[in-house]
Design a protein around this ligand. Structure first.
Ligand SMILES: C[S@@+](CC[C@H](N)C(=O)[O-])C[C@H]1O[C@@H](n2cnc3c(N)ncnc32)[C@H](O)[C@@H]1O
Length: 215
């Protein structure tokens, strides 16, 4: 689960506004640009989409991109203020639905959505069991494609963080990571093939962006 104080901050009335403000910062703009470049490539491969689940949606950063593929979109997030914010930021935009739920307990039936999209959640999940359950849920609910990010345990950023902590040079919490082989195994078990999973940045970030297809 996400740290309770973090979850509460996202859910608070000003939580969505603060997250929206984040995207005025340079480092966010840079990562946003890189993510969009990769996602454009993924959506070119996928082609048209009938339905998409965007979980966690945040303030709806990627909802227009999903709709541009022709998808009817469900915007979902644990945070009520995020789910509400989507409508403020994108008024008069038809949505298939909005809901509050956890990323590792999705209240939809198996293969309910054409594409399941989960950007920047897994690394918030502190418990390794919940991190695994999150990925399992994404695969369970998708009938065709899954796109999600996770923090790679073998990334330079995580290796350095662990070494610094071991040497007593840092008191920062360990990163919430997954092993790439573990993600590959989870995809295989669920009947998916990973088509692409590049790092967002080799230096300075440990996130991988996965595109997986049901086979
Ligand atoms: C870093 S933001 C990412 C939002 C969006 N995907 C984006 O990339 O702009 C993380 C989001 O996850 C939501 N969140 C945190 N823990 C969650 C959980 N366990 N289940 C569902 N949503 C969660 C927060 O409310 C927040 O909107």
């Amino acid at each position: 689960m996400t740290l309770p104080e973090r979850l509460a901050a996202y859910h608070a009335a000003d939580g969505a506004e603060e997250y929206l403000d984040e995207y005025t910062k340079l480092h966010r703009k840079i990562s946003d640009k890189r993510e969009r470049k990769l996602l454009d490539r993924y959506f070119e491969r996928i082609g048209s989409v009938s339905t998409a689940l965007d979980l966690p949606c945040g303030w709806g950063r990627y909802m227009p991109m999903l709709r541009a593929q022709g998808a009817e979109v469900i915007e979902a997030d644990y945070s009520g203020s995020m789910v509400a914010k989507v409508v403020d930021v994108f008024p008069n935009t038809p949505l298939l639905g909005r809901m509050r739920c956890f990323g590792h307990k999705i209240p939809l039936h198996d293969q309910a959505m054409d594409v399941v999209f989960s950007m920047r959640l897994n690394h918030h999940l502190v418990d390794p069991v919940v991190r695994r359950e999150h990925v399992e849920e994404l695969f369970r609910v998708s009938s065709r494609f899954v796109i999600f990010s996770y923090f790679d345990s073998a990334s330079l950023k995580n290796v350095i963080r662990k070494a610094r902590t071991k040497m007593g040079l840092s008191k920062k919490r360990p990163k919430n990571t997954l092993r790439r082989t573990q993600v590959q195994a989870l995809a295989k078990e669920a009947g998916f093939k990973i088509l692409e999973d590049p790092m967002l940045f080799v230096v300075g970030s440990g996130h991988r962006l996965v595109l997986a297809e049901r086979i």
